[in-house]
Design a protein around this ligand. Structure first.
Ligand SMILES: [Zn+2]
Length: 377
């Protein structure tokens, strides 16, 4: 179990939580916002452990948190009590982590058979609202963590409003979402916001090198994902790095007018990435991932990778001191920068984002790739 004071790279979020705990005004509803993979869920779990711990430990801040005075009393879970031990084992009855996949455990077979694209009112009512009114088993209270809260339907959010505003005593609800604008204003106004910024690049890169990925690959993903450990690891594990290196090399080597065979090759790569993603989702027991959704995602990621390369080319062409994401393929970026004017480079990025939107309108991925190749040539 990661403890609250061991969270890395999110000092201001943890300091804010510490300040609220010390002032005894944690609030019953919190909204953790930030990009995928920056530590929102880990921090929510650590906070839950601290709130439910039978014997929380206190230490004094000695420079660990620049935001807090030295000597400020910091609170953390003990890691030893029954609550801490069951929480670590994933069996603490006073902690409920809610996700869209929980529809599969709903008592109503109709809810179970529905596609799990969003967090519907049935899941929120049964697992959160009803659960909040059941007495805690440990006596200290209950914590509910809602993952991907932005997927809550309007009806689910409306049903939750009253509980967010006046939860039963001892209940804390933590909503995790990427951006608060994705939630209804009425939900936002009832929650205390805690923002999670991007993680330091070095920390993200180190998390990857610890998993035996090369330093150049680790640095690339840290920059590309703008400091998200979760997304970096998932991209690295999907072997997208080699795809990226080959793809950019081929795009840079292409003459004006493009290379028709490249479009076809890239489409095949997308297809095998999608097949692998579907298989991985199945083996990890995640909600079913359709081939068409996986294809759109893989294509979207590859378009994003090409756009990042053209962004790097603009940096080079304008003499900006922004570090290149593709520092590992500097010569490729140089040749892209020489091929077009700055305005044309920016035009490519804009076109790529239009192609990505076409994907979601069910435009055939072959057509998309043919256009991408023409645009980049
Ligand atoms: Zn404890």
């Amino acid at each position: 179990m990661v403890k609250l004071l061991d969270i890395v790279g999110q000092d201001s979020a943890v300091a804010l939580l510490q300040r609220r705990m010390a002032a005894d005004r944690m609030g019953h509803a919190l909204m953790f916002t930030g990009a995928h993979g920056v530590g929102r869920r880990t921090t929510a779990m650590a906070l839950a452990a601290t709130l439910l711990c039978a014997k929380p430990v206190t230490t004094q801040n000695q420079g660990e948190f620049a935001e807090l005075d030295d000597g400020f009393e910091l609170t953390d879970a003990c890691g030893q009590c029954n609550s801490c031990r069951t929480l670590q084992a994933g069996s603490n009855p006073d902690l409920t982590v809610i996700s869209k996949e929980m529809a599969a455990f709903h008592p109503d077979p109709q809810v179970r058979s529905r596609k799990m694209q969003n967090l519907g009112i049935d899941v929120i009512k049964h697992f959160l609202i009803k659960g909040a009114y059941l007495a805690p088993s440990g006596g200290k209270g209950k914590v509910f963590i809602v993952r991907e809260a932005e997927l809550m339907t309007g009806a689910a959010q409306n049903a939750l409003l009253k509980t967010l505003e006046e939860p039963p005593s001892g209940v804390t609800i933590i909503l995790l979402c990427k951006r608060s604008e994705q939630m209804l204003p009425t939900t936002i106004s009832r929650c205390h916001a805690v923002q999670f910024g991007p993680l330091p690049f070095d920390f993200v890169a180190e998390s990857l090198t610890r998993e035996e990925f090369d330093e150049s690959e680790a640095n690339f993903w840290a920059m590309f994902t703008n400091g998200s450990v979760g997304r970096s690891l998932s991209l690295a594990r999907s072997e997208m790095y080699q795809v990226k290196c080959d793809m950019l090399r081929d795009i840079a080597a292409m003459g004006p007018g493009g290379d028709a065979s490249l479009g076809e090759r890239l489409q095949k790569v997308t297809d095998s990435q999608a097949t692998a993603a579907v298989k991985a989702a199945k083996s990890q027991d995640k909600a079913e991932l359709s081939k068409s959704l996986a294809t759109r995602r893989a294509t979207g990621t590859m378009l994003e990778l090409i756009a990042a390369a053209f962004g790097d080319a603009i940096s080079l062409a304008t003499g900006s001191d922004r570090p290149l994401a593709n520092a590992d393929q500097r010569s490729v970026i140089e040749s892209l920068a020489q091929r077009k004017t700055i305005r044309q480079l920016a035009g490519v990025i804009e076109k790529l984002s239009q192609y990505e939107q076409l994907l979601w309108r069910n435009v055939n991925s072959k057509i998309v790739w043919d256009n991408v190749v023409l645009t980049c040539g």
